[in-house]
Design a protein around this ligand. Structure first.
Ligand SMILES: *Cc1c(COP(=O)(O)O)cnc(C)c1O
Length: 375
């Protein structure tokens, strides 16, 4: 049977190594996993209660309209319900946006080093990916995006522009003025969508940051993605939120599976949105953890970029594969970012204080054994 080359070229998603796998492979009793930007405080007890209450309902189909969850999202985030839809994680939202708006051989525009889901979903839909190299300071090169978009030949197939803000794995923000100017120039063009992925919105500390939700009144082409996988601690239940013009919400709701968000997830989502204290505590702990981690990385003389997410990418100044392997032997799982083009960097999620400390101590120990790479 003939199968398209784009499908054959897909590689299964490489998640952060699961704890059980590391334990088996390296014969470890205790493992610290700071590889997937998961919530180290777990899930709010109020969420667990809501799930327990819903457990006896799982023989029923879930509510296909996600009525209660949409109500709660709308009131918590102050966004009209008409502008909201929910996916099975933002991953599904990304997948469906590409399927809805891109035909095979059309294209998406994205940075070289941004979330892999854009790329994988595009490839699976036989959609081309036009990748813009990062600037030397590892910020997204918005000027280069603009150059491509102004060139009618190079941009004719581009249907969606993906701008994660803050970015993963680098943790940096796009400067607010650049976003405003970008939407000013390209938001009037109804041939393509501008998607701001704000998965780490809750963690941003930079006072200059503004959610792109504010720009939606200026352009119907602007879409914002949020997730309940990070600050809300629901990565395992899969809730991604699409914030967009009602015409986009309408198409999304036609294409998605009717039962894409299960009943336990819907109940958990409502409870998680109501427990504002839990999210505040998570964010405060993350900020303390980031600051301590910066101090520690500085004392090890390892360059890093200050992050607006719940993770930090740093330069080991060595072959990151060797450092990663040595850390695994010590029971510490961090995330190599070679797939994003960073050969000496690792990304560390911010965990509980004792997890951060254990990881950084192990890092200090293994660095002594591994030679510096010449630049
Ligand atoms: C973690 C992350 C998400 C969340 O994906 P889900 O499918 O909602 O779990 C989305 N975008 C970026 C950039 C991320 O890092």
């Amino acid at each position: 049977m003939k199968i398209s080359q784009q499908i054959l070229d897909l590689v299964p998603y490489q998640p952060g190594k699961p704890i059980s796998e590391a334990q088996r492979e390296y014969n470890l009793s205790k493992v610290v996993k700071l590889a997937s930007n998961e919530n180290p405080m777990g899930t709010s007890p109020k969420v667990l209660e809501a799930i327990e209450k819903t457990l006896r309902e799982i023989h029923r189909y879930p509510d296909p309209s996600c009525f209660s969850l949409l109500e709660e999202l709308s009131s918590s985030w102050k966004i009209p319900k008409t502008h909201l839809a929910i996916g099975n994680g933002s991953n599904e939202v990304i997948d469906l946006l590409i399927r809805i708006y891109c035909a095979p051989n059309q294209a998406i525009l994205l940075s070289q080093a941004s979330f892999v889901a854009y790329e994988v979903c595009a490839q699976a839909a036989r959609v081309e990916q036009i990748k813009v190299p990062m600037k030397a300071d590892l910020h997204p090169d918005i000027e280069a995006f603009k150059k491509i978009l102004r060139d009618s030949k190079r941009s004719e197939n581009i249907q969606i522009i993906f701008l994660p803000n803050p970015n993963n794995p680098t943790g940096v923000l796009i400067p607010q003025q650049e976003i405003v100017d970008f939407v000013e120039e390209f938001g009037k063009d109804d041939r393509r969508l501008i998607v701001f992925d704000e998965a780490y919105h809750e963690f941003v500390r930079d006072p200059k940051y503004r959610s792109a939700v504010e720009l939606m009144s200026k352009s119907k082409q602007v879409i914002v993605l949020r997730t309940m996988s990070k600050a809300y601690g629901l990565a395992g239940l899969r809730i991604g939120v699409l914030i967009a013009d009602p015409s986009i919400i309408d198409l999304f709701n036609r294409v998605r599976n009717p039962f894409n968000v299960n009943e336990l997830a819907q109940a958990a989502g409502v409870a998680a949105l109501r427990d504002k204290k839990f999210v505040q505590d998570v964010v405060a702990m993350t900020h303390r953890g980031l600051d301590k981690t910066y101090d520690y990385l500085s004392s090890l003389k390892l360059p890093f970029i200050e992050s607006q997410g719940n993770f930090v990418m740093f330069d080991t100044l060595r072959d990151s594969r060797q450092v990663n392997e040595a850390l695994l032997r010590q029971g510490v799982i961090l995330r190599p970012v070679r797939n994003y083009g960073f050969n000496s960097h690792l990304r560390m999620s911010i965990g509980l204080p004792e997890e951060n400390e254990a990881a950084l101590k192990a890092l200090a120990a293994v660095l002594k054994e591994i030679p510096l790479t010449k630049k």
